[in-house]
Design a protein around this ligand. Structure first.
Ligand SMILES: C=C(O[C@@H]1C=C(C(=O)O)C=C[C@H]1O)C(=O)O
Length: 438
């Protein structure tokens, strides 16, 4: 594995050789992922899986995103790319996951795999990426990628993880929400997002693929991701850039699904007319719009928030769509928008201080940007929600949070966070009597 700090300059000799070719078919993608260190980005059966590691860029601290963006720009500028497919995700790509907070102990990473398997718009491809050393020729370097396209692996059971409250037990979470409401009522801030953590132990280190498969089966309309131990299924698109178009999906405002069809529809209608949720949502939309506006030539928001249905809940959603105005890469835009009011609060600085004081743990990469970037800077980034970080020692930490505004009720927010934990908690649970298999 090759490893670089963004601060350590790439020598002129760090040159990636990238070859993308079409192949007949790669479905299903997930069973071809690395079971121990899966690298994956998928939605509705399409996306990219990475195998091996050609190079990784690690950053930390306040400038973690801009340092990664700069390192990526120079690495991409020097790359020798032959892309015979030309779709989003072909050619040079890196998978990335960034810490939420400036002072997090978690590192932020961009990982360039040696082999990328992709599917999009009914087409499939393979990309081989090699780090050319010294004056080695491109052909020699490309030929040095020894990884073969893996066959889909046999089915496995989902490894069972039992979660328990981590640093913040439910009562402490409710107390933190009550304190946040007090500070909001005192005029210190308008909104703060407070999260909880659940922890567990994973004993089968090669079982993550089955967990990811379960997330993708149960939540097909979300971004299912696995990057450096961070796995999850996020419904929230932080930013996408594709040939000069920019898009984003802002979510804020949540209610559970109803038991029957009529009650489900009623819940969605109540959410769409709830003053509390609409106010919370408006703060998230205006923060995203204000942060993207300087980088876009045009930016339109869907006129009214719409209700987005997921298997476990309803969200209020607004889609933003526009055109890039200044040649920013997708990571430059991630830097501009992170952290949005959907996961931090308003005003941002006070909200960040408040959540750091009240939450009681380091968020790590939860609520941080997760996604991929290509050699032209295009890419797809989600907010890492409905997710867990699986560490090398088998520790699994899952996270879920809620936007707190002046009329938030602690018990309701606790219940909402429990619903938001469902995707990740259930993905680690075999469902008797016939355990889910990959
Ligand atoms: C913070 C989370 O979700 C965010 C908070 C929401 C809310 O408070 O209504 C809705 C969607 C997300 O933007 C989470 O899932 O952990």
């Amino acid at each position: 594995m090759n490893h670089t700090d963004a601060s350590a300059s790439h020598t002129a000799r760090t040159r990636l050789v990238v070859r993308t070719e079409p192949v007949d078919e790669l479905a299903p993608l997930i069973p071809r992922a690395d079971p121990r260190q899966p690298l994956l980005w998928m939605r509705r059966g399409e996306g990219v899986v990475g195998l091996g590691e050609a190079i990784r860029i690690e950053t930390s601290g306040r400038t973690r995103i801009e340092d990664a963006a700069a390192a990526w720009r120079s690495l991409a500028a020097d790359a020798d790319v032959d892309d015979r497919v030309g779709l989003p995700g072909t050619g040079l790509v890196a998978f990335g996951a960034f810490a939420f907070a400036d002072d997090s102990a978690a590192t932020s990473v961009l990982v360039v795999p040696e082999l990328v398997l992709g599917r999009r718009e009914g087409r499939a491809w393979v990309t081989r990426i090699a780090l050319a050393s010294g004056d080695e020729g491109a052909a020699e370097a490309a030929a040095s990628v020894a990884l073969e396209i893996p066959e889909p692996s046999p089915k496995r059971r989902v490894p069972r993880v039992t979660f328990t409250p981590g640093a913040v037990p439910p009562e402490a979470y409710e107390a933190a929400v009550a304190e946040a409401v007090r500070r909001i009522d005192a005029g210190e801030l308008q909104k703060v997002v407070l999260a909880r953590q659940l922890v567990g132990e994973l004993h089968e280190e090669d079982g993550l693929r089955a967990v990811i498969n379960r997330l993708a089966e149960d939540y097909p309309d979300t971004w299912v991701f696995a990057v450096d131990g961070l796995i999850g299924a996020s419904p929230e698109t932080l930013v996408r850039v594709d040939h000069g178009t920019v898009s984003s999906r802002v979510l804020a405002g949540t209610t559970s699904r109803g038991a029957g069809e009529a009650s489900d529809r009623e819940r969605a209608a109540a959410l769409a007319s709830s003053a509390k949720d609409l106010a919370e949502h408006a703060l998230a939309v205006s923060s995203a719009v204000n942060r993207l506006a300087p980088h876009t030539a045009r930016l339109d928001a869907s006129p009214e928030p719409f209700t987005l249905q997921l298997p476990n809940l309803w969200h209020l959603a607004t889609d933003l769509k526009g055109t890039l105005g200044d040649g920013s890469s997708s990571l430059d835009l991630v830097q501009a928008v992170h952290p949005t009011a959907a996961v931090a609060g308003t005003p941002r600085r006070v909200a960040l201080r408040t959540l750091a004081e009240l939450e009681g743990f380091d968020r790590g990469r939860y609520a941080g940007p997760v996604g991929w970037i290509d050699g032209d800077g295009d890419g797809e980034w989600a907010i890492a929600l409905r997710c867990a970080q699986v560490d090398a020692d088998g520790t699994v930490a899952a996270y879920a949070g809620c936007g707190i505004v002046h009329d938030s009720v602690p018990a309701d927010e606790l219940a909402e966070s429990t619903i938001k934990f469902r995707p990740i908690v259930e993905a680690f649970e075999a469902s008797p009597p016939s355990p889910r298999v990959e």
